[in-house]
Each structure stands twice: as structure tokens, then as C-alpha cells.
Ligand binder design. Structure first.
Ligand code: ATP
Ligand code: MG
Length: 572
């Protein structure tokens, strides 16, 4: 363990970072202090949309660009005032159809301004928004709409057939973006918006729900995670300190709002910090992504390891064709960030990629590589000031540095889940000895950096050694032939488990006995003999969630011939 730590550190950058002194912030920061930023701290009137949008209008910044949209064809810009008005119209429309505080309204459609306006409109009247990724098929959509008891869904004519309205007793009506009205139960977005834009806002309690996100399904059946308005404190702090947003920044987070990163880091952190937010519709294409960075003069860019690996695969020449010089720094979350990707960021983009760790359940960034601290490649950094995080054993006792165990967080923090929808038992199962247990396995080094090792269930025990799949995978993708890697333990009568690596090859490489031996030796000599895979399988593609995470449980089920479990979130 700990070989990652041998990677060269990247020294802190910029004296202009919002967070200058990490240690001091840890000593002095508190969530209640951060709360002083908000208008409700004085008025007592709480609503996310007020703080994220209306407040900027009231403070005279209504003409500032809040949203820049492109999908290659459609191109639009919205100011904070415009978003405020449009979301008021949507909110008034929802009210006219009987939607009230606490009702769930789901959104099932591709990334577009209408999606963002819908979320804002729903929250405005105190209802709970549930964004669903557009690629879900009928069963997955039904599960989530049934579980949440959604009263209305915003969707497109193309996706309507995946909503089994007859099997959803709570569903009262559908709002179509595009297409035509069909009676009272299928209305159009434009029709619904055909009401006054009179200002409307429902004042909430800090602990009232605002979003219901279903988790990615990497480890099993997705859970409905509620998020409350109070999460804004955390999301504001993450925007300021982790993403280091400054007033003039143009920020682009590539995550889809169907996942927590797409709302927390894609909407709230930037808008609470009053910056200009970029939204790109359409599918991933390396050229289009570089073009988007250039076109909007993006200064802070947030994406995920899977996207970076796809950009890497598109070659080092491509980014040279675009002017991405305005980018100050890059952020990554959602999956472990291989040191190789950080190296690519330095070599190919000449920019730092700052990894930060969180989950749907945590609601915002928990642990991060801050600008004011050295980046240790392969490490997810240090806890956000205000967060207490540690490593515990299975009995809930804290472990000393360099011991692999359960990554755990001390409740409670503002963006923390207050419940799992319809599942009290599942909620309670997160807690052990006063800690929230993440389900991830990690260790801490002597300097307080945390190192992700894998999901707890994925940690491999081979010849008495615990091996985290992430470290092995990171080493594998350093080999020039390996594009992606997923590593599992396979039961073995002698060693307990042996390590099996599923890999995809880069263009120009062919599967062969010699190549596998070479790759095995590569890991053996650079990581450790016991951590080198004994079995290899070359695949065309990896089983991944629709949010881009490698599904090791599926690899394992295939390997062992076991049932694969819930596959609703798996890519086609
Ligand atoms: P499910 O809970 O349904 O199995 P999931 O855990 O993938 O799916 P999310 O809440 O979207 O659902 O993802 C959170 C998980 O993503 C974390 O528990 C962690 O395993 C992984 N993750 C997120 N950010 C990082 C990171 N920076 N480094 C390593 N892992 C990360
Ligand atoms: Mg999870």
C-alpha cells in the first residue's frame, strides 16, 4: 500500500486562491459561520432559488450571464434576471396545475435550458425535483417514479413512450418540452409557461427537501437520496474553496443533472457564487468539448475521469488545435483519478486536475485537492474545512495512518442526506458508532491526505494482503497498451483470492500472450508482486454505469457466473 505516494507532488498554485491557508481554515471554519453569507441568516426566509438566482438580481447583478448554452445547433444565453423570470413562470404554471410544497416533480430529458428552468421552478414553490438521466429505459423510469410517487414529469415527445403512465397511480400530468398538448394530462412546457411571470417563492425550513437523486447503481439497486435546502451552505463553500470560483469565472461542469454532480457542482455551486455557468447539450465528442472550452472562454472546468480518459484516447494533438488558454484549473470527481490522467493534464493541457471525492449521500464535495495544498497524484486530498473524516475498522474504531479501512464522516454536515426515500432501514445502515460509513475503502497518510482504494466490497484479499483495485488499475493504465482497466478478486483455494484484470486495449495493440506477460511484469516491477494480476481478459468495452463508472460487481458476477443484479443504470 502507499506506492501512489511515491508520485511527485505538484506544488500549490496561485496566490489568488480563495482558500489561502488550509490549516487555519480547519481551525476556524464552521458551517454556521459560512451560513452568514446567506440572506436567510438575517431574514430567516430560506429557499435555494432565492440565494442562487433572485438574490443576484436584487443585488443589481441581474444582467450578468447566468447560463450559456450550446448543443452545436441551438445557442442561447440567459441572464440571472431572465432565469428568475422564466422559473417564476414555470413555478406559476405548476401551481396552476395543483403542485404544492413537498410534491415530487421529476424531469426526464436531455440537458437543455428547459431542464434547468424546470428545476428552478420546482424548487421555487417548495416542491422536490427529481432529475433522471435521459438514457434510462422504461423499467428504470417506472421504478423511480413509483418509488418517489412523482405527481408530474417534465419530458420530451421522444422520451414519452418510456413513461408507463398507466402504471403510475400518483402521476397526474406530463409536461412536454416540444410537441403538442394532448388533453389535460399531457400539457406542453410552452403552454404551462403561458402564465404571468409574477414573482413567486415559497419560504422553506432549512431542513426541507428540495432534490431527490437516485444513486448511480455501481454497487447495487439505486437508492433515492433526499437533499435539503440547507445543502446550499456546503455547495457555496465547495464552489468557493474547492472549485475556487471567482466573480469573473466562466465555469463548465460536464456532469448531467441526473447525477448529484450535475446539480450540486453543475447548478448550485456556480450560481450561489454568482458566476457564469456553461451548459453543453448533446453527446460526448472530443472535438466538441475542446471547442466548448474555447468558444466560451471557460476558466474553470469540472469533469470526470471517464471523460478525461476518452479525451486522452483522442490523442495529444487535438487539444493543440483549440485555444483553451483561459482555463485556470480543472476539477474531477465521480471515480478515482488515476495519476496517469493528472500527468496527461500537465503534459497535454498544461493544466492541473484537482480530484475531489463525494457521493450522492454527501451532497457536495467532502475531500479535495485544494489549490493552496500540494496535489498528491492518486490521492483525493484532504477534508473540506468543516468536515471531520477518518478511517474506521468494521467495529467503528478509528485506525491509525496507513491502515486501509472504511472511509467515514462525522455527521452532520449541511448537504448530508436526511433520509433514503421510502427506506428507513437502508438509511440507518449507513451509521456505525456515530460515523457515517461511506462504503468506500481508503487510508490516510501521515500528512492527512486520503487515498481511495476501492469500494469496500471490491477490496481484494490475496495471500493475506489487502489490495485495493484502484491502485492496480492505475498502474495498468500507465502501460501504453492499456486504455481502461477493471480489477476484481477471484476466489482461489490457495491464495484466498487472485487478481484478475479486465482491460481494453489502445488502438494499435493486439491481444497476445507476450503482451499479457509484459503487462503483468509492468505491474509487478512498478507496484508489487502480490498486486500483479494473474489473470487477464481483454474486452472491447467495460461494463459502466451511465455516469461512466466501471461496474466491478458486474465483472465479478460474469466471472463467477452469478446474477448481475440491478442493471438499470448500466450503459447499453
Ligand atoms: P451506488 O451507491 O448506487 O452503488 P455510486 O456509489 O456509484 O452508486 P454515486 O453516489 O454517484 O453512486 O457515487 C459515489 C461513489 O463514487 C463514491 O462512493 C466513490 O466510490 C466514487 N467516487 C466519487 N468521487 C470519487 C473520487 N474522487 N475518487 C474515488 N472515488 C470517487
Ligand atoms: Mg454509493
Amino acid at each position: 500500500m502507499g506506492t501512489n505516494a511515491l508520485e511527485k507532488e505538484l506544488m500549490p498554485t496561485g496566490t489568488d486562491a480563495n482558500l489561502q491557508n488550509y490549516e487555519e481554515a480547519v481551525r476556524t471554519a464552521g458551517w454556521e459561520k459560512a451560513a452568514e453569507h446567506f440572506t436567510w441568516f438575517k431574514t430567516g426566509k430560506v429557499n435555494m432559488v432565492h440565494e442562487a438566482i433572485d438574490r443576484h438580481v436584487e443585488e443589481g447583478k441581474g444582467d450578468k450571464k447566468a447560463l450559456l448554452y450550446t448543443d452545436g445547433e441551438r445557442e442561447e444565453e440567459y441572464t440571472y434576471s431572465e432565469l428568475s423570470k422564466l422559473s417564476c413562470q414555470f413555478a406559476n404554471g405548476l401551481r396552476s396545475k395543483g403542485i404544492e410544497k413537498g410534491d415530487r416533480v421529476f424531469i426526464f430529458m436531455p440537458r437543455s435550458p428547459e431542464l434547468y428552468i424546470s428545476v428552478l421552478g420546482i424548487l421555487r414553490i417548495g416542491a422536490i425535483a427529481g432529475p433522471l438521466f435521459e438514457a434510462f429505459m422504461e423499467e428504470a423510469v417506472k421504478d423511480r417514479l413509483q418509488d418517489s410517487g412523482a405527481k408530474a414529469v417534465v419530458t420530451t415527445p421522444e422520451l414519452l413512450s418510456r413513461i408507463p403512465v398507466d402504471e403510475l397511480p400518483d402521476l397526474q400530468f406530463v409536461i412536454l418540452v416540444g410537441g403538442d398538448e394532448k388533453g389535460e394530462n399531457i400539457v406542453t412546457f410552452n403552454g404551462l409557461m403561458n402564465v404571468s411571470d409574477e414573482h413567486v417563492i415559497e419560504w422553506m425550513e432549512r431542513e426541507d427537501g428540495m432534490l431527490l437523486h437516485y444513486t448511480s447503481g455501481s454497487t447495487g439497486k439505486p437508492k433515492g437520496i433526499l437533499q435539503v435546502h440547507d445543502a446550499m451552505i456546503h455547495q457555496y463553500v465547495a464552489g468557493k474553496w474547492v472549485y475556487d470560483l471567482h466573480e469573473d469565472d466562466v465555469y463548465w461542469c460536464t456532469a448531467d443533472p441526473g447525477w448529484v454532480t450535475g446539480t450540486s457542482a453543475g447548478m448550485w455551486s456556480p450560481w450561489l457564487n454568482g458566476v457564469t455557468n456553461v451548459l453543453r447539450g448533446g453527446r460526448f465528442k472530443a472535438e466538441d468539448w475542446y471547442k466548448t472550452l474555447e468558444k466560451f472562454n471557460v476558466t474553470v472546468w469540472f469533469s470526470a475521469p471517464t471523460a478525461f480518459r476518452m479525451l486522452m484516447a483522442s490523442g495529444n494533438e487535438l487539444p493543440k488545435k483549440y485555444d483553451i488558454s483561459k482555463v485556470r484549473h480543472i476539477l474531477s470527481a465521480g471515480e478515482p483519478l488515476n495519476p496517469e490522467v493528472i500527468r496527461w493534464g500537465m503534459d497535454s493541457l498544461n493544466r492541473r486536475i484537482h480530484d475531489n471525492w463525494w457521493m450522492t449521500e454527501t451532497g457536495s464535495s467532502i475531500c479535495a485537492n485544494f489549490r493552496c495544498n500540494p496535489i498528491r497524484p492518486g490521492s483525493m486530498g484532504k477534508p473540506v474545512p468543516g468536515i471531520t473524516m477518518t478511517i474506521i475498522d468494521d467495529d467503528g474504531n478509528e485506525l491509525p495512518p496507513r491502515h486501509m479501512g472504511n472511509l467515514a464522516i462525522k455527521p452532520k454536515w449541511p448537504a448530508m442526506l436526511p433520509q433514503v426515500w421510502n427506506n428507513k432501514e437502508r438509511y440507518e445502515s449507513y451509521f456505525l458508532n456515530g460515523w457515517f460509513v461511506s462504503g468506500d475503502s481508503a487510508y490516510r497518510d501521515e500528512d492527512g491526505y486520503f487515498w481511495f482504494e476501492g469500494r469496500v466490497d471490491d477490496v481484494i484479499n490475496t495471500s493475506g494482503e489487502r489490495v485495493g483495485p484502484f491502485e492496480v488499475e492505475s498502474k495498468l493504465v500507465e502501460h501504453p497498451a492499456v486504455a481502461e482497466a477493471g480489477v476484481i478478486g477471484v476466489p482461489d483455494p490457495v491464495r484466498g483470492e487472485v487478481i484478475k484484470a479486465f482491460i481494453t486495449l489502445r488502438e494499435g495493440y493486439e491481444e497476445s500472450e507476450e503482451l499479457m506477460v509484459e503487462i503483468r511484469n509492468f505491474v509487478k516491477t512498478r507496484l508489487a508482486a502480490h498486486a500483479a494480476p494473474r489473470m487477464f481478459e481483454v474486452r472491447e468495452t467495460m461494463p459502466k454505469t451511465r455516469s461512466g463508472k466501471i461496474m466491478r460487481r458486474v465483472l465479478k458476477a460474469w466471472e463467477l457466473g452469478l446474477p448481475t443484479g440491478d442493471l438499470s443504470t448500466m450503459e447499453d
